[in-house]
Design a protein around this ligand. Sequence first.
Ligand code: UD1
Ligand code: MG
Length: 464
Amino acid sequence: MNNLCVLIMAAGKGTRMKSVVPKVLQPILDRPVIDYVLKSVFEAGINPENVGVLVGSGGELVEEHLRKTFPEELNVLWQHEQLGTGHAVKSARNFWQRYDDLIVLNGDLPLIKPESLKNFINGFGSDDCTVISFNAEDPKQYGRIIRNENSVKIVEAKDASDEELKIREVNAGCYAFKVKSLEKVIDLIKNENAQKEYYLPDALFLMNEKGMRTGAFIFPESEMQGINNHAELAEATRVMRERILLQWLDAGVRMPSPETVYISPDAKLSKGVVIMPNVQIWGKSEIGENSYIGSGSILTNAKIGENVQIIAYAVIENSELKNNSKAGPFCYIRENSCLEEKSFAGKFVELKNSKIGENSKVPHLSYMGDATLGHDVNIGAGSITCNYDGEHKNKTFIGNNCFVGSDTMFVAPVELADGAATAAGSVITQAVPENSLGVGRARQTNIKNWSLLHNHLKKPKGEK
Ligand code: UD1
Ligand code: MG
């Protein structure tokens, strides 16, 4: 693998997607197409400084994405005019000409596995150009592989004869070139074809003409499908989703209906985890051993400890649920919130930037925003923090062993010291000292004989 570089072509217009989003930024699960290609390249053992990505159409967006997602050593190269794959490789000449070997990959090849890429890189040998081919069930618009005794050439579907169109072995869009050999033909590629484009596959034909050696390795179709339209994007998503699900089923995760479950390629699950139907797990979510994720839950960048119970329909974003905590059904836990060990956020509860201390409970119909709760706190049903005064987000501190009566409003900033309590229906605007009861409500007055004075209330319906 000495002195080898990889060039990924991601500058194309992606016309067939009919979308303003550049093709390589279209999502498969929750990552763009290009990320899968790069991930495979890196996992195959290629260092980012030896990898170049050609951007062009929608290139600002693609470059911005690459810069914020991948190491800065990754080379972002520009093809300002998109005149075809041959032109693309030529415009990156400054990048690849200092290497001995060049691997060129289509940017729309997200299903290629790192092991396959590694096998290809280790195995391409001394031919001037080797390509990956596959036997396509439906060869569609793929370039057809025409094999001769010691060489291979590629004919694009739009330029192929009826006989050639019958060939099912097609070009996958992954090439290994000897740089010295490529140098001899790259300027000779012409655009005299049906699409008026400079085709990279023509390099093989030109090499053959000069007596150089070309060959093709056949790889499985399941890894080599290109993405040119939304139907192909959906199919690639299906394949990738199944691969990820099988990986976790193999690792000891139980899913009674995997066909309804979505898991990001970046999520990490542990053995003994149970994922019920219609769950989505996105981003860098992590789930510890023996945790249960109930139906309909959506987790994004959620850190779930061990033995956590998410009963059903919980939405959890950028938050942590520690060991033995419990959530749901129907709760929304977001923006850096944390359920400490053995704590509980129950029915119709929203937590935002809040910490629920060990063994504390927020069981029903509450909003805790910018709040910190100590251990062994009980929050009565319907209690909320009034954390936003229209300008600032203010904090609520609730100490250890506090008991909050139902329907308490905490007008933040406000604090309850350890062991404090609030009376049900209180509006708490001042600190409640240790072990004290805060009562912040109007006293009840009973008006005698009120019903008798309002006789109409007693009359049966319809009577005047
Ligand atoms: C290409 C191959 C075809 C092969 C197929 C495999 C050519 C001419 N044809 O066809 O033989 O069977 O891939 O999927 O190469 N790109 C650029 N700059 C350009 C043009 C394209 O960077 O000027 C990039 C695209 O972003 C894409 C890749 O090159 O990632 C391939 O281009 P695409 O238009 O998808 O080629 P196909 O028609 O699929
Ligand atoms: Mg393509």
